[in-house]
Design a protein around this ligand. Structure first.
Ligand code: HEM
Length: 460
């Protein structure tokens, strides 16, 4: 048996550790260290010694051993009330077991069919907004438009309120969701956090999250009124929340706070990450003429005269678009690193870990072998190569894998196909950098120019 101290790693500054780590770029520095020191190394930061792993099998082993052996680490310990308000991603133990059931119940295949209405409407808003911007002719920060699309879709999916009323009020709600997402405790923050966080941040929810909670509580009350008035919701009002309210009787006695926190958690965990996936997929298409031409051909064939996919079976015919999204997620995953700690004494590859030892999992490094330049969309067209079986950890793995995977792929594939079907996309600036926010790594600086296409696919 070895100890972490015997592992290779970068030299730290006594007491301060590796001061070079900043949350936005910590993943890049860690990947550099992995390249230099090998797939298992140690580093010191914030007064703590971490073990880092960039090897697929070892990472898969850790992810499989959750929740009994490993738990997630956040920048500061969350009080149970704060964890309740944030949903399953931020919970552990019994609290997580209960809300995970709720999340799974609201994201099952039957609901995804019903939710498609919201996706179609949100994609229509995105297309109309992009048309206006394309006619202006200037450069466009497409990531912002995709963030609005993802928040609109996830809000409508979460609460099922009439999309027309969302169109009137979505400016405010979007702003609340985006502010709350930026204030979330996330993995990059966990890796750079000091051992002893300030007391206030250790306990309470940031104010932006409190404001979002209040707005969502009002929406939950509306959703419950609708659910009691109508036991079989129409397509337009099917929602995560109505599915959770229905699951209440069948799957257990859930409290309102758990339902609200789970819905908020789906919204927060899902919207930025989906927007980033769509933005990176569009970046791949904008850089490579062949990829873009192939998406345009496929979308034109699958969509016919329709500007956007009109149902889930159309999305399932967009195999190449989906492959581009998967490749974007392999090279630019929302979560390039995860932070975990053992809750009991354990070993990883002959290294003994006492409970509480911080461990950083380099998900992207493990699935790319450190090569984030070589694009291989084709691999995802091979039926034998599924995200579950292939070199892919963008949605995690084991009992805590992402329950929003199918929905996220559906949303990002729909957005990519709709945009390339209706517009030719050109990069305006080559300067695109990976910026890791609390929960998603976005293409900062991605600016594009759009030219509208006619229904025939010809450029206007
Ligand atoms: C492309 C978009 C997305 C990506 C890349 C992504 C990625 C991830 C990752 C890496 C995890 C951690 C998995 C693990 O620890 O094994 C996760 C967890 C989670 N995701 Fe996603 N996600 C996406 C979209 C969504 C969507 C759309 C939703 C819901 C609407 C969602 C809800 C969640 C939840 C609730 C968890 C916590 C699961 C648990 O702890 O049991 N995600 N996601």
């Amino acid at each position: 048996m070895q100890s972490i101290a015997s592992l290779p790693g970068p030299r730290g500054i006594p007491l301060l550790g590796a001061r070079q780590l900043a949350p936005e770029t910590a993943h890049l520095r860690l990947e550099e260290w992995c390249e230099r020191h090998g797939p298992i190394f140690r580093f010191d930061t914030g007064g703590r010694r971490w073990m880092a792993i960039g090897e697929m099998e070892a990472i898969a082993g850790v992810l499989r051993e959750r929740p009994d052996v490993f738990a997630r680490i956040w920048p500061a310990p969350l009080r149970p009330e704060a964890a309740t308000a944030l949903g399953p991603l931020w919970q552990e133990g019994q609290q997580w077991r209960r809300t995970r059931r709720l999340a799974i119940a609201s994201l099952d295949a039957d609901h995804l069919h019903r939710y498609f209405h919201a996706t179609r409407v949100a994609s229509g808003w995105l297309r109309r907004g992009l048309q206006e911007r394309a006619r202006d002719g200037g450069p466009l920060a497409i990531g912002e438009q995709l963030a609005d699309f993802a928040v609109d879709a996830c809000l409508a999916l979460s609460f099922g309120f009439e999309l027309r009323s969302l169109e009137r009020s979505h400016g405010d709600l979007r702003a609340l969701v985006q502010a709350a997402s930026a204030a979330l405790p996330g993995f990059p923050g966990a890796v750079v956090a000091a051992r002893r966080p300030a007391r206030a941040s250790a306990s309470a929810l940031p104010p932006a999250l409190g404001e979002l909670q209040e707005a969502l509580a009002t929406l939950l009350a509306d959703a419950r009124r609708r659910a009691s008035a109508d036991s079989s919701p129409q397509d337009g009002t099917a929602s995560f929340v109505s599915a959770m309210l229905a699951a209440r009787g069948r799957q257990g006695d859930f409290e309102d706070g758990e339902i609200l926190g789970t819905a908020a958690g789906l919204l927060l965990a899902g919207s930025q990450s989906t927007a980033s996936a769509a933005a990176w997929a569009l970046w791949l298409a904008a850089r490579d003429h062949d990829i873009q031409a192939r998406i345009a051909r496929e979308a034109s064939k699958a969509l016919g005269d329709s500007p956007s996919p009109s149902d889930l079976s159309t999305v399932s015919r967009l195999r190449f678009c989906r492959a581009v999204v998967l490749e974007a997620l392999r090279l630019k995953p929302a979560t390039p690193i995860l932070a975990v700690q053992p809750v009991v004494r354990t070993t990883i590859m002959d290294i003994t870990l006492p409970p509480g030892t911080p461990v950083c999992l380099l998900l992207r490094y493990a699935t790319t072998d450190g090569d984030i330049e070589t694009v291989n969309v084709e691999q995802w067209l091979n039926d034998a190569q599924t995200p579950e079986g292939g070199p892919f950890l963008a949605f995690g793995s084991g009992a805590r894998f992402c329950p929003g995977k199918t929905l996220a792929l559906m949303l990002a594939t729909t957005a990519l196909a709709m945009i390339v079907r209706n517009f030719h996309v050109e990069l305006d600036s080559e300067t695109v950098i990976e910026h890791a926010g609390p929960l998603s790594m976005e293409p900062r600086g991605l600016m594009v120019r759009l030219r509208e296409r006619e229904a025939s696919g010809r450029l206007r």
